[in-house]
Design a protein. Sequence first.
Length: 168
Amino acid sequence: MSDSSPAPAAPHVRELQVVRIKLGNERAAPQPDPLGRDLIGYAEGLTTHELWLRGRGVWKAKLTTIAEADLVLLVAEGTVQLVGTVDGASFHDARVAVTGMPLPHHPLVGQSDPLPNNSQNPIKYGTITTAPPTAAMAESQRDHHQVLAHAIEVLTEAAHLRRRVLHQ
């Protein structure tokens, strides 16, 4: 008898629309900066928050294409440094800033730029093919609502703390 069990299914792949932003080296932000930043650009050792603030805006970009994008890729030195969601955009004169949430554990972080080009323009739009998040990635990234609920719980507890009063 032959074993005719079906072969394991290949992981479901998806095509995602992305906006790639190529960051230059760290430098002073032109003032006044609409996002209140002192510095823009990439430098080694930045926190996720710092990199997100420095890279998400403000850019001359196609608003409709940004609105259709699933992810923004912040690329420096030919490598994806940070991936973030694209939840919308904020307007600053003739420029836009991406609004969304950084995804520091995304599998593209640390990979080569998936949309390389020799253009001086830091913005490039494109499509990438990716597999859905792995279970390990999903576990390492808490749900947005869980994070907010936990933050509210901790801040409420901190607000109710009382300093010990010493009596003579």
